[in-house]
Design a protein around this ligand. Sequence first.
Ligand SMILES: *Cc1c(COP(=O)(O)O)cnc(C)c1O
Length: 502
Amino acid sequence: MKYESTRGSKNLQSSTTAIIRGIAEDKGLYVPASIPRLPLTIDKMKGMTYQQIAYQVLHTYFDEYTDEEMQKCIDGAYDSKFEAESVVPVIKAGKAWFLELYHGKTAAFKDMALSILPYLMTTACKKEGEQSKICILTATSGDTGKAALEGFADVEGTEIIVFYPKNGVSQVQERQMVSQEGANTHVYAIEGNFDDAQTGVKKIFADSDFAEKLSKMGIKLSSANSINIGRLVPQVAYYVYSYVSLVEKGVLNDGDAMNVVVPTGNFGNILAAYMAGKMGINIGKLICASNENKVLTDFLNTGVYDARRDFHLTNSPSMDILISSNLERLLYLLSDRDGGAVSEWMQQLDSQKVYEVSEKVKDGLKDFYGGFCTESETLDAIGKMWKQEGYLMDTHTAVAYKVYEDYLAATGDDTPTVIASTASAYKFAESVASALGLDENKVRVLSGVSDGVTGFDYVKALEKETSVRVPSGLKNLEEKPVLHKGVCTKENMSDVVLEALK
Ligand SMILES: *Cc1c(COP(=O)(O)O)cnc(C)c1O
């Protein structure tokens, strides 16, 4: 399987090179030269573990890895650090099935891919005889950062640098990152929002003088963001797994359609569902759920991507994004791999912050349904689900559920539906507690504090109130020392990178 760039350069690369580089030389994103079919039928996958299904999916895309190498990557990634025995439980609540992707170390779905990416990357370096040290440069809206830090901490031959928006993440998310141990880890708050962080990182990737400078230091940059194909492909596996799981439960007959709802930010997770469909899983509608930063809702409804709008900080911060990087891959696939057109749209986005896709792409967008949900609707959805079903959703998953309810009301489509449940409620404890009617006073009583209430007290109060288990990675976070105190502006990110790598 070879990989080509979405910007049209026909330089085909091996999967190992694509994973090491992260982004193509023409600044495009790597996509497989064709989307492969699943190697096994659904019937054959019945009864398989998550690891076994992941192996089938990953090895099909990354066929340069030997059987043994791939098995080692899978075994190292999906082991007991996942606190659910099945890795990703599929749970019925309300009108949908929740694919719980957050039982890894950092309590968000980013662990699904970032537990395996370091294995894929170090194996790729070995295979390619790569001599340089790999520096992972990552912009995060809160969850990728911690998951990447956990994944790469003390991995030989790597350094990892994370930039997060200073006032754009929850207190729990921030402490998770700034308390990260590992001699090769570096974390900086940036004075700006996620798009500033992501744009800054992309600029550094595009700067060939800078690359030259690093190269003299024996360092190569790579990415742990979902622009890296090694991050995207592992996400395809859980959609295949969820389908097999619903067949096993008798909810679906082999071949029936399954709808998928994804709370969407950078468009990586929903693109993985789309790819699962192209591999042979019968995916019905792909329901793309946004918060008030609803640039994708508007895009799916009109074919015009218009980022000229105010940026909102919301209670689902991991989706506070106006530039969705992975959409580029979808445009490439829907335009029949027209790299010239994609290049042009991306240039327009860069210079004018707006572009309109072709009729052909608009036609392809009909597989998707776009909807959005406000902050107060998000809290209502959490409260209602808890009260009626005793099921606890985090804010992102709640956005997905509310948009799904809107979709149901609009279409009456009763196809069995899986909702990508992307984070533990405890990561966003403050919002979730307020959704359950726990005001500051009640939180004080429940958590046993006498003065100011912190984000960590909300975790305790929420646990007392719901008896839902706190993921071990989030326990006693407030006692973890702050090891990273760096702050930078979007202008001096490259200086900070050099400083960190000295
Ligand atoms: C990253 C993230 C999302 C958005 O996923 P994308 O792949 O960027 O669309 C949604 N929810 C949570 C909790 C996340 O961490």
